[in-house]
Design a protein around this ligand. Sequence first.
Ligand SMILES: NC(=O)c1ccc[n+]([C@@H]2O[C@H](COP(=O)([O-])OP(=O)(O)OC[C@H]3O[C@@H](n4cnc5c(N)ncnc54)[C@H](O)[C@@H]3O)[C@@H](O)[C@H]2O)c1
Ligand SMILES: O=C(O)C(=O)C[C@]1(C(=O)O)C=C[C@@H](O)C=C1
Length: 299
Amino acid sequence: MAEEHLPVVFDTLVVVGPGLIGSSVLRRARAHGNLARRLIAVDNSADVCARVMELGFADEATTDLTAAAAQADCVMLCVPVGAMGPVAAQVIPAMKPGAVLTDVGSTKVSVTEAIIPSLRADVPYVPAHPMAGTEFSGPDAGLVDLFENRWCLLTPLEATTPEALQQIRALWTRCGARLREMTPAHHDRVCAIVSHLPHLLAFTICGTADDLAEETRSEVLDLAASGFRDFTRIAASDPVMWRDIFLANREALLEMLGRFMEDAQAMARAIRWGDADYIVNKIERGREIRKSLIENKQV
Ligand SMILES: NC(=O)c1ccc[n+]([C@@H]2O[C@H](COP(=O)([O-])OP(=O)(O)OC[C@H]3O[C@@H](n4cnc5c(N)ncnc54)[C@H](O)[C@@H]3O)[C@@H](O)[C@H]2O)c1
Ligand SMILES: O=C(O)C(=O)C[C@]1(C(=O)O)C=C[C@@H](O)C=C1
């Protein structure tokens, strides 16, 4: 059967936090009609709720979290990772028996540990993380095809029933994503290197260049060419989201930063001693990685 003719995965889908990720799911659900029949957005900002209604990608937008949760067949938490635990503690007691809880948090150990204490035996929980995004945030930033061909990582737990896992798999597949399952700890190590460390480097290099510009009272940043500009795109990301991610994935991120600093030292040594082979080998590995991402349609 063609995807658009499939029965909906959920009757009522409640998205808490209709920002970049939440509003992209809602836009996709609205456009394709095969995720859910009724779409409710919940946000603690009345301005965001008003904007959601203007943009028209939900049937209802409300600040009343528990009233919305009581109507849900699925609640998807799309708030910053530091808010997941407190929001889940409010949502779960209000949910119908059998309704599914899921989240999209960028870290999985901290988020699952924050949610598990509030879980009920009759509310299955499926942790998920779509590996897609931009540097923008808020309800205007969402894109209907944000998840097309991107990975969505699932970290099922004891509290994940096979039926709920199937439903969340179907939801992300219908958003266009490819799926992988792994443990929360493995997820956090992988994301520390492919997502969290690159952001840390981008924030840091922008700060270093800005300090230099101030010290030398010169035009350093005016002359930024595209190498530096590529760092500034991710450095423009949301401070609350990234503060929460860095603090939530502290151990894995510090481990990857340590490894990176050792490798950067090795590069410094090769430059100092004129070890051209070392330098060329590193650059060639970088080119290979870029090529394989392009082949995998991840660029
Ligand atoms: N931005 C990305 O690239 C990306 C990618 C994958 C996953 N994620 C994860 O998705 C989640 C959302 O990220 P985003 O980029 O969509 O953020 P966003 O800032 O665009 O949206 C978050 C929304 O949550 C609302 N919110 C915050 N606290 C709330 C609370 N306590 N109750 C109700 N609403 C609340 C905000 O008002 C905002 O509308 C985060 O956990 C993030 O780690 C982000
Ligand atoms: O493309 C970007 O701008 C992103 O930052 C997206 C990105 C990433 O690092 O790849 C950021 C955080 C996520 O949890 C998943 C995806």
